[in-house]
Design a protein around this ligand. Structure first.
Ligand code: ZN
Length: 439
């Protein structure tokens, strides 16, 4: 690690005792608190920090919302910048607020994220990657592609930086010609390649590492049917705002990850009251990345629901296990793009639709494609024609990407009585609704 950061990471978290993990996370939390208190703008943002003595004291701080982070984003504000403005990488998060969130990661924090990513790949790999196709999206202030590049370098493998715009055929050609053994991609593009290319071109592939969203049982089944024996794993549980949060050991599948406990503090709290929940109970996930450079985020609401377990994992690691249970209320992730009710309503206001109960955006996955239906109550303004709605949505980065994306099989705007809107198992009528998978 660079000398500007005093954060120290374990080379291998899984060999540490619980006491050693605790010592390391308390140590790194103290470094972060020192850095935050030494920055006047950050201390003004969180005056309560003056009284926070240690890691446990963090729970005295209010959770940080996505909208608050967007409002205080650089370059418009310095309230989150540890040590003020400095060198590093500017990336933009797929948003749940109306304003996109700009993140200024210091190079030190960036190196920390890459080290965690590589540590996570090593922890779970049955076969270490040797030749890796990096098929993540590589532009528009997206951080994932460069993250994967660094992880591949730190794993001492060769990278084929293909990106995600070359098309399935051309990508498979490179995989075949160079006997690529590992594919890194977002689930959407990855599944397109794995199920769409001629299987004889993919015979060298051993591992699929996905990132950006969950893969889901249906898509996993499709990949396994096309390429039996392919190892399918999460590259990392990571967000643009917080960096790496979790990694999968060889015993974990689906949405279960060990937490990088020396580098992030994960809490699960009651979604309504914000009260901390004991291990085993499901609630909203809050994340505090432990960094003394870059941006200060305390108890950030990443928008996921989950459950923490402190029962020892079969792999022997004492690092806690976080199982993700979908998005928190009022936001949706579709093909790696995240948006919220707030975000949707901001766009629909342009056509006079202002009541969230008078509309419902439905997403239905069919294999690796999805359809989007926007239902509007018959009482919605007549100006809200399909054409006008489409034009309004075009101004919203993530929603526009969802309704025009390569895996969107159709987008319709329909007049439907709200009594016929879809309901959740608990009987709620959400503004954003994803049809459950028909497995
Ligand atoms: Zn494990």
């Amino acid at each position: 690690m660079n000398t500007r950061s005093a954060i120290r990471l374990a080379d291998d978290l899984d060999v540490l005792s619980r006491e050693e993990i605790e010592r390391l996370r308390h140590r790194n939390a103290a470094r972060m608190l020192d850095a935050a208190r030494a920055t006047p703008a950050v201390l003004r943002r969180w005056p309560q920090l003056a009284d926070v003595r240690d890691l446990e004291g963090l729970t005295a701080l209010p959770p940080l919302t996505s909208a608050e982070l967007a409002a205080g984003r650089p370059p418009h504000s310095a309230e989150f910048l540890l040590g003020g403005d400095g060198p590093g990488m500017a990336i933009r998060s797929s948003g749940t607020s109306r304003t996109p969130k700009m993140m200024y990661h210091s190079w030190e924090f960036n190196a920390q994220i890459s080290a965690l990513g590589a540590r996570g790949v090593r922890a779970g790999a049955r076969r270490p990657p040797r030749r890796v196709a990096n098929c993540l999206f590589a532009a528009e202030l997206n951080g994932a592609f460069l993250f994967a590049q660094e992880v591949i370098r730190l794993c001492a493998a060769r990278t084929f930086p293909l990106g995600s715009t070359m098309g399935v055929g051309h990508t498979a050609e490179v995989i075949a010609e160079h006997a690529v053994d590992t594919l890194i991609a977002a689930p959407g593009f990855g599944v397109d390649v794995l199920t769409g290319a001629a299987p004889e071109r993919l015979t060298a592939l051993r591992t699929f590492l996905y990132i950006g969203e969950g893969l889901g049982a249906e898509r996993e089944k499709a990949v396994t049917a096309a390429l039996p024996g392919l190892e399918i794993r999460s590259l990392a549980y990571s967000t643009t705002e917080t960096g790496c949060i979790g990694y999968q050991c060889a015993y974990q599948t689906g949405t279960a990850h060990h937490v990088h406990e020396d580098a992030v503090v994960v809490e699960v709290v009651d979604e309504e009251t914000g009260a901390p929940l004991p291990a085993g109970e499901a609630g909203e996930v809050l994340v505090t990345p432990l960094s003394d450079t870059g941006m200060a985020l305390f108890r950030y609401r990443i928008g996921d629901r989950g459950r923490l377990s402190d029962r020892p994992c079969a792999c022997g690691s004492r690092a806690r296990v976080l199982t993700l249970l979908g998005r928190a209320a009022q936001s949706l992730t579709v093909d790696s793009e995240t948006f919220s009710t707030d975000h949707l309503m901001g766009r629909l206001a342009e056509v006079g639709v202002t009541d969230p109960a008078a509309c419902q955006l439905q997403v239905r996955w069919e294999g690796n494609r999805y359809r989007v239906r926007l239902l509007l109550s018959p009482s919605a303004p007549s100006a809200a024609t399909p054409e006008a709605v489409a034009a309004a949505l075009a101004g919203g980065l993530e929603i526009h990407a969802v309704v025009t994306g390569p895996r969107c099989a159709g987008f319709t705007v329909e007049r439907v009585d709200p009594a016929r809107f879809a309901r959740t198992a608990r009987g709620k009528v959400p503004t954003l609704y994803e049809h459950p998978a028909t497995a």
